[in-house]
Design a binder for this molecule. Sequence first.
Ligand SMILES: Cc1cc2nc3c(=O)[nH]c(=O)nc-3n(C[C@H](O)[C@H](O)[C@H](O)COP(=O)(O)OP(=O)(O)OC[C@H]3O[C@@H](n4cnc5c(N)ncnc54)[C@H](O)[C@@H]3O)c2cc1C
Length: 446
Amino acid sequence: MDRVDTIVVGAGIAGLTAARLLTRSGRRVVVLEARDRIGGRVWSVREGGVVTDLGASWIHGVDGSPVAAAAAAFGLRTAEFTVGGYQPYSRPIAYYGPSGVRLTDDEVERFVADIEAVDAELARVVADFAPGRSYGEAVESALAAQGWEAERAERVREYLRHRTEEQYGVWIDELDAHGLDDDAIDGDEVVFPDGYDALATHLATGLDIRPGHVVTAVRWSSGGVEVTAGHGVFRAKFTADRAVVTVPVGVLKSAEFGIEPPLPEPVAGALARLEMNAFEKVFLGFSSKFWDEEVYAVRQQGPNGVWWHSWYDLTAVHGVPTLLTFAAGPAAKRTRGWEREKIVDSVLGELRRLYGDRVEDPVGVHVTSWQDDPCSRGSYAYMTVGAAPEDHDLLATPVGGVLHLAGEATWTDDPATVNAALRSGHRAACDVLGRSVPIEDVWATG
Ligand SMILES: Cc1cc2nc3c(=O)[nH]c(=O)nc-3n(C[C@H](O)[C@H](O)[C@H](O)COP(=O)(O)OP(=O)(O)OC[C@H]3O[C@@H](n4cnc5c(N)ncnc54)[C@H](O)[C@@H]3O)c2cc1C
């Protein structure tokens, strides 16, 4: 094919954003996408009238969010669901104690106050920690400062473990102490009842996207880039002045994705310090609702909740009784490769402990396997012990003036989100153009 101005690798939110802005600025752009669909880790499936988001679901705080602005401009329907960031009580939650008995309102209030006390101390501890110490260490230090008896401290320790797992899909001792620095939610959280994928569909309008193009090699030099897609007789080469590569960190690190010459510093070091996590979704649809009314989520404390501790009530969003839970961190690693039925039975065992025979077998199930997907190799990246928050931005340092990495892992302020993907795509487009363009251009339709 002819040489184009820019090759974008990956048609997720970062790639589509960059391609859209570059195309709007008059550049010839081709987007190479390995899968037969666009959206990447934004993936909505539709079955029997029910829309299920297997990847991202939430905008974690609509205030100042470009994703929220884009959704509004594209006319996408959203629904408030402010429990996505593992907050202790942003909206009503039914908490069950270790014995399986629901906590009273007073008990919940005291538990939430305990979490807030530790969180305040934790912020001070983390601020004093240099990179190289784990979040687990910081939590222990903040708990010790409270001087509580063992059981009281254990409930909060367990809560903070679960928050680490649900937020970053990693065991608490494997995350750098600064790995949750970005964990702020501004404004309500919302989800997309008609599917998050509509965002990708709107961003993709009018772009030259080539699905089924698995990129295996990117060669860069001062003269430009050469990108190889496919193998053997199905191999195709594309050349351009610049490339924007938006594949996830797990793909960037894999032997199947070659970059020649190898990435220089500071990009290589930053990449080495970020890892893909283990985080899977389990959706259970039921013919009737058996759990507590007027709560957004159900949580169980204690040893029974080591894996399955939180269920989110998606009934209002899905239109049928549905619970969402996560296999996050150790649970996702241990259940990797399990048959779907075995995972569902394991989750149902815990629900039956709380609700007894009222828990019927589910009528609709989705279990994700992002860890085994060669195009993602996990759900999103986390900061290993020793990484610094700035490693995210360092990963986007332009290489040789021709190669630009973008994607959720390249945005320091709010990594691991759709917001980060969109903002990183915007930054990559500005870097390629050599000038700034307003972020509002991402959702401009004219
Ligand atoms: C289970 C789950 C839950 C999540 N929940 C939320 C949430 O609630 N809110 C939130 O904001 N974020 C959430 N996220 C994170 C969010 O989905 C991602 O941060 C964001 O979608 C990443 O976009 P991206 O463009 O950086 O990467 P991707 O979406 O991964 O796009 C990269 C693209 O590159 C393609 N690709 C990969 N390898 C190749 C190759 N060799 N050749 C060509 N193309 C290739 C992929 O197919 C993909 O389309 C979640 C993610 C998962 C998986």
